[in-house]
Design a protein around this ligand. Structure first.
Ligand code: GTP
Ligand code: K
Ligand code: MG
Length: 374
């Protein structure tokens, strides 16, 4: 069954490769891509060892603790375990042979009051997403993280970066990409309502119709608010994509010359480190904080001083009071939230009475006032 799917994928990939890319063929190519996306999903969901659904495959059984979870992904022996030990103090066996780490090893650290869980993972190899090694388990666990550290050996070919990206991409993980700004809503009837708010350089109504037909969707609202690619459109139709921030951690820089270092520094989203010598880990943490969009909000119980030791961590550049409340307890918004007193840079007056839609800033202090407490 999976052999048949793989053969069909090969056939479609060949067709895609030999078709000229121009305006006339765009619709057809879109259709080929949609067919490919569908088949690849079937392959992932149907393969051995996978739990099916939710992107296919089951991750390692590591309970999530703390505010933020960061996963280490990379080829064998790039130094993931050495890095985990250097950052968290949790001993994860490191050695000069490949596949030293065979399961997920969590470690924790506190940074600027946030409790960060770091998860060292087994090395992955090419073909991981199709079930090679523990790849699918690794990538499934990676999907549960707030952010990924793509660990690379700075001495090795940068081809490895591409290979890792392809493996993650094949599992529905989109690195350092925003979800496309479009509305896609399936309907019972009424045909396709296609609207371009922004002119499209890749997608046309015809391509859109063809792709949706492949998914047996005949009626839908499609509103395009940004200029997107055919692949991005298919992502939205497929659903279940995971958009994650990622940093490329270029390890073992102690082995490089200055000239080699200069070249590596051109890679976007990179941080150079030496896990072994603990070089540049400060910058790594600084960047992790930035990439995870971490914001600290201090809670202030009525009549008490704010709790500056245990900030509530939100992962958003502009979180609202409502998001803050939901992070503490779901029931707050449902049961009697009236307003919040807010101190800090997000407000003019100290304190200021704010509604649920008010946008908070890093290090604001918030006191929630509930109806029942009056
Ligand atoms: N020179 C140098 N060697 C390093 C550095 N970090 C790790 N190593 C070495 O690289 C080898 C592999 O390190 P590990 O931490 O086991 O690598 P890993 O990525 O966890 O490997 P697997 O678990 O097998 O996938 C070990 O011999 C480490 O001592 C570094 O910054 N510089
Ligand atoms: K190793
Ligand atoms: Mg390891």
């Amino acid at each position: 069954m999976s052999e048949a799917i793989k053969a069909k994928i090969k056939e479609l990939e060949a067709e895609y490769a030999r078709t000229q890319k121009n305006k006339q063929t765009e619709g057809h190519l879109g259709l080929v891509k949609a067919k490919l996306a569908k088949l690849k999903r079937e392959l992932l969901e149907g393969g051995t060892g996978g739990g099916g659904g939710g992107g296919g495959g089951r991750g390692f059984d590591v309970s999530k603790t703390g505010d933020t979870r960061i996963g280490f992904v990379g080829f064998p022996s790039v130094g993931k375990s050495t890095l985990l030990t250097a950052l968290t103090g949790t001993e994860s066996l490191a050695a000069a042979y490949e596949f030293t780490t065979l399961t997920a090893v969590p470690g924790t650290m506190t940074y600027r009051g946030a409790k960060i869980q770091m998860v060292d993972l087994p090395g992955i190899i090419e073909g991981a997403k199709d079930g090679k090694g523990r790849g699918r388990q690794v990538i499934s666990t990676a999907r549960t993280c707030n952010m990924l550290l793509i660990c690379l050996d700075a001495m090795k070919s940068m081809q490895h970066k591409k290979l890792i990206e392809r493996e993650l991409d094949g599992f529905g993980i989109r690195l350092n990409q925003e979800p496309p700004d479009i509305t896609f809503r399936k309907k019972e009837k009424g045909g396709l309502n296609y609207q371009e708010i922004v002119p499209q350089s890749h997608l046309t109504q015809e391509t859109c119709v063809q792709i949706l037909r492949e998914y047996k969707v005949h009626s839908a609202d499609v509103v395009l608010r940004s200029d997107i690619t055919v692949d991005q459109f298919i992502d939205v139709v497929e659903g279940n994509r995971k958009y994650m921030p990622a940093l490329y951690v270029m390890n073992k820089i102690d082995q490089l010359t200055i000239e080699e270092l200069d070249i590596i520094c051109q890679i976007p989203h990179h941080v150079v480190v030496s896990a072994h010598h603990r070089w540049n880990l400060d910058e790594l943490m600084e960047k992790i904080w930035e990439y995870c969009n971490m914001i600290r909000i201090y809670t202030k119980p009525k009549g008490q001083i704010p709790d500056y030791n245990e900030p509530v961590i939100l992962h958003d550049t502009s979180p609202t009071v409502e998001q803050f409340c939901n992070r503490i307890h779901r029931a707050i918004m449902e049961k009697g939230f009236k307003y919040a007193w807010v101190w800090g840079t997000s407000v003019k007056h100290q304190p200021q009475k704010c509604g649920k839609d008010h946008t908070l800033s890093d290090e604001d202090v918030v006191q929630v006032v509930k109806g029942s407490s009056l």
